[in-house]
Design a protein around this ligand. Structure first.
Ligand code: DAH
Length: 340
């Protein structure tokens, strides 16, 4: 038995040095010292020994046991340390490596011109309001003096949802919504998406953005409209930019005008962008038709108003010299990052 104990001890000490990791070590420990381990079995078998031999043998088993326990925990400490070091080595962070380059985004050119407009017109006392993109025919057309079968409907190829509901073809319905719910004085602007059944090409898109303005008060004249738009032109495109009013027709304004601005590209000298004229058409405007005021519940004998509407894409194209409207919808970062 003594020999057997010695054999176990030497073999285990040998195996200890070969245990690769803490879990191999634990298996070894269980195999020798566990409840069903080799040493435990020997201790159990002692019952069969003659009584006088038992104390001596018991002592021997226990001393081997203590020795092995010590050796195991020493080896365990060694392995744990090695495992910790391996983990630290694996997870080492090289703080001298260059960081990951995170590209900053940039505002879309339509957002940029919109922000300019909101700043300019809020400075002039206009409040920004928004209306729905899916709109009643009543606001998009009828209250703006465009009854069913009116020829002016043909000028805008409108998406009809049903007889009474359209995808708004302009932001002008917001005027009607405001006039039917608010009392003068009214000074609002209204940006938003509009829809027309147009094919996408270099200058058209079935979805685009407009910016509407409406001012209603006593003693409003075309001079107020001109002063307001002159100020807008200067603030938006710089000093020296002038407006030019050409007579035009819109059902909801009388008189109506199309408004050109000095070409921001050539400052009036004439270039490709303005087709040599020195002027660029930018918006529609006019004095609110008294009939519209009346339909919307505002007394045309007491109040007058002016209104205007312009396309945000067109402003962006002029301001930034963008050659094709489609660039504004493709969201190619090589294009967008130029507006950082
Ligand atoms: N709604 C017109 C359009 O889409 C633009 C317009 C013209 C708006 C004259 C107005 C206005 O408010 O007074 O072509």
């Amino acid at each position: 038995m003594q020999e057997q104990l010695k054999g176990i001890r030497d073999r285990v000490i040998q195996e200890l040095s070969q245990a690769k990791d803490t879990s191999a070590l634990e298996q070894l420990r269980v195999r020798v010292l566990g409840k069903k381990g080799e040493l435990t079995e020997i201790l159990r078998g002692m019952g069969k020994l003659p009584a006088e031999l038992r104390p001596q043998m018991g002592q021997m088993v226990n001393s081997v046991r203590e020795k092995l326990e010590e050796a195991i925990s020493a080896r365990q400490a060694e392995l744990k340390e090695a495992e910790k070091n391996a983990k630290l080595a694996r997870e080492v962070i090289d703080v001298t490596l260059p960081g990951k380059d995170r590209q900053a985004g940039s505002a879309h050119p339509i957002t940029l011109v919109l922000n300019d407009l909101l700043e300019i017109f809020s400075g002039l006392g206009f409040m920004s309001v928004e209306g729905p993109e899916i709109e009643y025919d009543r606001y998009n057309f009828e209250l703006l003096s465009v009854p069913k079968n009116h020829p002016a409907r043909d000028a805008q190829d409108t998406f009809y949802v049903d007889d009474n509901v359209v995808l708004r073809s302009q932001t002008s319905p917001v005027q009607a919504r405001v006039m039917t719910t608010q009392k003068p004085p009214i000074r609002i602007v209204s940006p938003g998406r509009v829809f027309r059944a147009d094919e996408l090409d270099a200058t058209h898109s079935p979805v685009f953005h407009q910016f509407e303005g409406l001012c209603i008060d006593e003693n409003i004249t075309m001079g107020d409209l001109k002063g307001t738009l002159d100020e807008f032109a200067r603030r938006m495109f710089g000093e020296g930019i002038k407006t030019r009013f050409r007579p035009s027709y819109f059902p909801f304004t009388e008189p109506s005008a199309e408004v050109d601005l000095t070409c921001a590209n050539c400052h009036g000298a004439g270039c490709r962008m303005c087709k040599g004229t020195g002027w660029i058409e930018v918006l529609g405007a006019g004095m609110v038709n008294p009939h519209v005021l009346e339909m919307c519940g505002i007394d045309p004998g007491k109040y007058q108003g002016f209104a205007f509407g312009m396309g945000l894409e067109r402003l962006a194209i002029i301001k930034y010299g963008i050659p094709d409207i489609r660039y504004l919808y493709e969201n190619d970062v090589r294009f967008l990052s130029q507006f950082r």
